[in-house]
Design a protein around this ligand. Structure first.
Ligand SMILES: *[C@@H]1O[C@H](CO)[C@@H](O)[C@H](O)[C@H]1NC(C)=O
Ligand SMILES: *[C@@H]1O[C@H](CO)[C@@H](O)[C@H](O)[C@H]1NC(C)=O
Ligand SMILES: *[C@@H]1O[C@H](CO)[C@@H](O)[C@H](O)[C@H]1NC(C)=O
Ligand SMILES: *[C@@H]1O[C@H](CO)[C@@H](O)[C@H](O)[C@H]1NC(C)=O
Ligand SMILES: *[C@@H]1O[C@H](CO)[C@@H](O)[C@H](O)[C@H]1NC(C)=O
Ligand SMILES: *[C@@H]1O[C@H](CO)[C@@H](O)[C@H](O)[C@H]1NC(C)=O
Ligand SMILES: *[C@@H]1O[C@H](CO)[C@@H](O)[C@H](O)[C@H]1NC(C)=O
Ligand SMILES: *[C@@H]1O[C@H](CO)[C@@H](O)[C@H](O)[C@H]1NC(C)=O
Ligand SMILES: *[C@@H]1O[C@H](CO)[C@@H](O)[C@H](O)[C@H]1NC(C)=O
Length: 812
């Protein structure tokens, strides 16, 4: 009895020690803000647990990661193994020195408190909240994308050191925006798969890479600052369309669209970004739930793209395979077994790897094993993937170079400044009649700030946000101009115009009209928020909600001074009326601009910053969606359905993809010379036929698969860009390729390169582009081949007449 009591006491002491060292929920630990976290393989920790660390080979740094991981998992019982495979069911195994770990943290545009792995409190009250990704994407600046990733991972790692965050962040969201109604557009870099892929690579490298250690020969031991996750694989972009939700949606996707559009960003993220995790999505693709699809997960992600990391389910998606998809009439044990060993029915010998369940469905694994539905050895492989990632993160050994990160690195002035800079770089100028913008603050006594977003705060940080360091609303941002002591500035008159974003009546419009009547200039802040576009919430139309359009029209009509319309939204809104309204001189799109949004918008309006952002989405006319169900996945026009995105939609738009003005003008120049690529084929390189629009058109060898070509041809050229106007500013050179016009069924054009450049007034600069012919000129045909076609291709810069013809010839 006495022995037992002693034992219990000892046990509770051990558990207490244990939770002191490892609980990342105990605020008392680091009130001074000093780093406190101790890594797993610390001899003192083992001693406290009554263990000798030397007996645990998994703590032996001289062994390779996968050997250490195997040693660790070999010490676990079947039930313990299953526990480690749920995001939050890993409660730790004191017997073998293993602490608990919660896998679910998020860092979409700053460290977020969505997910139980991360939290804010008095020690870390907030983290820098960058603009939502759709606005950051509009900057078309890869350096910015990577820099934000670096700053976010610095803050994340600092929070981990302080016991406030995990090390595994399930960001970014890199689904291509296929439809202008999609509720999660704000989380993504837009509609172009190449831009989305480049964003993913830069953000992931910013999050994961540790400078100087980013080039180890063994990618499975390359250290990670934090672990990123590209999600949601694949073909996911329906939340809830007329009652059909994402848990029940079966995306019917042609292989051509899969390769060309939906998979491309993921391929780039894994191959070029070397991301350490991929998340599968809620929907089905061609009948199979993606989390149970061994072709997608095992064949593509693991084998073809060679993922170094783990695959995780979207939250509770295993449960949804049973509850919502009712896939193959699964029982719980069956669903669990299928996911671990997906498609056993379909591809007998192919095992897939969904290594971690966001949820607790893997608690059924032990019974699935005992019923012979899945092998324990499969679980071991998954656990190995998981622990190798934690080893690379320094969870077991620490990473000295990152140990000193702490409170001073979170919400620093520099980081907050970068959030403002990102918003300024992203903001898009859509209209600017008579050079109304920038406003001259010295000439304005009376500024009216009108609209449901004029005092936007939380709306600016969107979803998957954390607690921001400090929000600056437009009202504060513009009031600050007055406080700067601009002579004559009498301050702002603020009127909401609508009670909320849905703007269900006109009761507040009159006082807005009165304010505009007296103002020297009127700023109108309208748009959308999470009540209209969000996770689970797709839009039904492309209009401004409720009475917002009436607010805009009536205020414009009554205004004494020029009217500047500022739109906060992720998806396109049809603002054709404002576009043609002569009283609305200027229009700005500000996405959801993050915690410094109000300041950034004021900087642009008053000319402290010359806008240079470009739309990462096509702004369709409202009628676009009337006859096109959101559930149609095809990118190309089908029957009466129009094509989707700038690559396949050939109708009129409110503003096209890539559109954006400046307060100055840029001109492009290039020595005109035609280029040609002549490829001599050997007897193993075969030609593929193409269908041509004109049946009389012929090529001896229409095309060759790029997998069969050496792909050494580079298309190199310089563009001289000049700032022809009176103000300093930045321009984005957007380079597209256009396939030979005779080919049927291909894209209209595709973006193949872009470069943001800053030029002083009158300055000019040479910008060099080196495009690989295979990568930049290829087309994907219906059978899924990537082909380099013979014929006359064109490279064009922006929407200018500057075109570079590139003739491709094959001969034997
Ligand atoms: C990384 O290593 C490869 C091969 O060792 C080398 O070619 C490359 O230049 C290195 N890159 C960097 C950034 O050091
Ligand atoms: C620009 O200003 C001129 C002179 O004030 C006016 O005639 C013209 O209509 C204006 N143009 C636009 C597009 O507002
Ligand atoms: C602006 O919004 C903030 C935060 O919601 C609120 O505290 C403040 O009172 C608002 N300002 C005005 C003038 O309504
Ligand atoms: C207008 O809408 C707001 C918010 O929905 C509501 O509080 C208010 O009572 C409505 N006013 C009228 C006159 O219907
Ligand atoms: C840009 O060029 C156009 C056409 O030459 C001219 O009308 C416009 O005033 C210029 N804008 C600026 C900001 O220089
Ligand atoms: C390609 O088209 C030519 C001409 O129509 C035809 O003779 C040839 O058989 C086709 N080749 C293949 C591989 O289908
Ligand atoms: C072009 O492709 C479309 C879609 O596959 C097809 O309907 C059409 O008949 C083709 N046109 C020609 C000229 O082959
Ligand atoms: C776009 O449509 C127009 C008119 O329907 C047509 O003339 C033009 O060839 C089309 N352009 C492309 C690139 O398909
Ligand atoms: C791109 O972003 C980086 C990082 O914020 C910045 O230093 C640079 O000036 C930007 N480039 C341009 C042309 O705006």
């Amino acid at each position: 009895m006495a022995n037992k009591t002693l034992f219990m006491l000892l046990l509770s002491h051990i558990i207490l020690c244990f939770s002191i060292v490892f609980s990342n929920l105990d605020a008392s630990l680091a009130e001074d803000g000093a780093p406190h976290f101790v890594h797993v393989c610390d001899p003192a920790r083992f001693e406290m647990l009554g263990l000798d660390m030397d007996e645990f080979a998994y703590c032996d740094k001289s062994l390779p990661h996968h050997v250490r991981a195997k040693d660790l998992l070999d010490r676990m019982t079947l039930v313990e193994k299953a526990d480690q495979m749920g995001h939050g069911t890993s409660v730790g195994i004191p017997r073998i020195g293993l602490p608990p770990y919660n896998w679910w943290s998020e860092a979409l545009h700053g460290v977020s408190n969505t997910g139980p792995g991360t939290h804010f409190d008095s020690v870390v009250p907030g983290a820098t909240s960058f603009p939502t990704v759709i606005l950051t994407a509009a900057a078309f600046n890869q350096t910015l994308w990577k820099t934000i990733g670096k700053v976010v991972s610095t803050e994340a790692r600092a929070m981990y050191n302080l016991g406030r965050a995990g090390l595994t962040f399930w960001s970014p969201n890199i689904n291509v925006v296929r439809d202008p109604r999609w509720g999660r557009t704000l989380e993504t870099p837009g509609e172009d798969p190449f831009v989305v892929g480049l964003y993913a690579v830069n953000y992931v490298r910013g999050l994961q890479d540790i400078e100087g250690q980013d080039n180890t020969s063994d990618p499975n031991s390359r250290p990670l600052k934090v672990s990123a996750c590209c999600k949601h694989f694949a073909a996911y972009d329906v939340e809830n369309y007329l009652g059909l939700d994402r848990l029940h949606f079966n995306a019917k996707v042609a292989e051509q669209d899969m390769i060309e559009t939906f998979n491309l960003p993921f391929e780039m993220c894994v191959k070029d970004g070397d991301v350490s995790s991929v998340m599968c999505s809620y929907n089905r693709v061609n009948n199979i739930p993606t989390c149970a699809d061994s072709y997608l997960l095992k064949k593509l992600v693991r084998e073809d793209w060679n993922l170094h990391g783990y695959i995780v389910s979207d939250c509770d998606s295993i449960a949804e395979i049973v509850k919502s998809h009712k896939w193959l009439d699964d029982s719980w044990e069956d669903a669990t077994a299928h996911v671990l060993k997906a498609g056993l029915y379909l591809y007998h010998l192919i095992l897939m790897r969904m290594d971690l369940d966001c949820g607790d469905s893997y608690k059924y694994l032990p019974s699935a094993v005992s019923q012979g539905k899945v092998g324990e050895a499969d679980m071991d492989k998954s656990l190995n993937h998981l622990y190798v990632v934690l080893m690379r993160l320094g969870f077991f050994d620490g990473i000295p170079a990152l140990a000193s990160l702490g409170k001073k690195d979170i919400c620093s002035e520099e980081n907050i400044e970068l959030a403002a800079e990102a918003a300024r770089q992203g903001i898009v100028l859509l209209k600017n009649d008579n050079e109304t913008l920038p406003l001259d603050a010295t000439e304005i006594n009376n500024l009216a700030l009108i609209g449901p977003h004029a005092n936007a705060t939380d709306a600016m940080i969107g979803n998957y946000a954390g607690i921001p360091c400090k929000i600056i609303s437009p009202l504060e941002g513009f009031s600050a101009i007055g406080e700067e002591g601009v002579s004559g500035f009498a301050g702002v008159n603020y009127q909401m115009g609508c009670a909320e974003m849905k703007c269900q009546n006109d009761s507040m419009i009159n006082s807005a009209v009165q304010a505009a009547k007296k103002a020297d200039a009127t700023l109108l802040f309208v748009g959308l928020d999470l009540s209209i576009e969000a996770e689970w919430v797709d839009k039904e139309d492309l209009l401004l909600p409720g009475y917002q359009t009436q607010l805009v029209t009536e205020v414009a009509e009554a205004s004494k001074g020029p009217v500047i319309l500022v739109i906060m939204s992720a998806t396109a809104v049809d603002i054709s009326l404002a576009k043609i309204n002569p009283k609305i001189k200027s229009i700005l799109w500000a996405g959801y601009p993050g915690e410094q949004g109000g300041r950034a918008i004021a900087d642009v309006v008053f000319g402290n910053y010359n806008p240079g952002g470009r739309l990462p989405l096509t702004w369709y006319e409202a009628s676009y969606v009337d006859n096109l169900p959101m559930t149609s996945m095809a990118l190309r026009p089908v029957g009466d359905y129009p094509g989707r995105t700038y690559k396949f939609f050939n109708g009129s738009t409110v503003y096209p993809f890539g559109y954006g003005l400046s307060y100055t003008n840029f001109t492009y120049e290039r020595k005109s010379e035609e280029m040609s690529i002549d490829i001599k084929l050997n007897r193993l390189q075969h030609c593929h036929n193409l269908t041509y629009l004109d049946e009389n058109y012929q090529q001896d060898c229409p095309s060759v698969s790029i997998d069969d070509l050496p792909c050494e041809d580079e298309i190199e050229f310089d563009i001289t860009v000049q700032n022809a106007g009176q103000r300093d500013g930045s321009d984005v050179l957007m380079v597209y390729s256009i396939p030979p016009k005779e080919i049927n069924g291909t894209h209209i054009k595709q973006l193949v390169g872009f470069e943001r450049v800053y030029l002083k007034a009158k300055e000019s600069k040479k910008v060099n582009f080196g495009l690989n012919a295979c990568q930049s000129l290829n087309i994907v045909d219906v059978s899924g081949y990537r082909l380099l076609a013979s014929g006359l291709h064109k490279i064009v810069v922006g929407d200018t007449a500057l075109q570079i013809p590139v003739q491709v010839n094959y001969n034997r």
